[in-house]
Design a protein around this ligand. Structure first.
Ligand code: AMP
Ligand code: ZN
Length: 133
């Protein structure tokens, strides 16, 4: 059984902040910022590529609810909400989870997205690859 399934089954303790029939949310043990929370389906699904539509709806509803909860309780209105899908993307626990990371004035989480000059030839090729039937 995976680590997060054990947390869901209460075999491993966690700091739960939200729970319903389909979804659990608890504080990430390694807090990027105060309130950094993981939101996950109770059903074991490895990553977003395996996600079914119904579970996806429950998960996204819960992400909105958790973000709202953190915003009210921790008095913050800025967040990074992200998912690492697969090892190359940095996924270390293979039970789908969404990171909800509050941004605070005095405690900044840096999400590294580099800014590149647009390469329109490459954009065109990539776009074609994606939309071609
Ligand atoms: P990822 O790298 O996207 O797969 O994220 C996995 C996250 O799980 C990391 O941010 C870890 O800090 C977190 N994590 C690992 N073990 C635990 C645990 N026992 N309780 C809470 N969070 C955990
Ligand atoms: Zn699991």
């Amino acid at each position: 059984m995976c680590l997060f399934c054990k947390i869901i089954n209460n075999e491993i303790p966690s700091f739960k902040v939200f729970e319903n029939k389909y979804v659990l949310a608890f504080l990430d043990i390694s807090q990027e910022t105060t309130g950094h929370t993981l939101v996950l389906p109770k059903k074991h699904i490895s990553n977003i590529l395996e996600l079914d539509v119904e579970t996806g709806h429950h998960l996204s509803d819960a992400v909105i609810e958790v973000t709202d909860l953190l915003s009210k309780k921790l008095k913050c209105n800025n967040f990074n909400i992200l998912n690492n899908c697969g090892e190359l993307a940095g996924q270390t626990v293979h039970h789908l989870h969404i990171h909800v990371i509050p941004q605070h004035e005095n405690e900044h989480f840096t999400f590294n997205h580099n800014s590149h000059d647009p390469d329109f030839k490459k954009l065109e090729l990539t776009h074609k690859k994606i939309i071609d039937k």
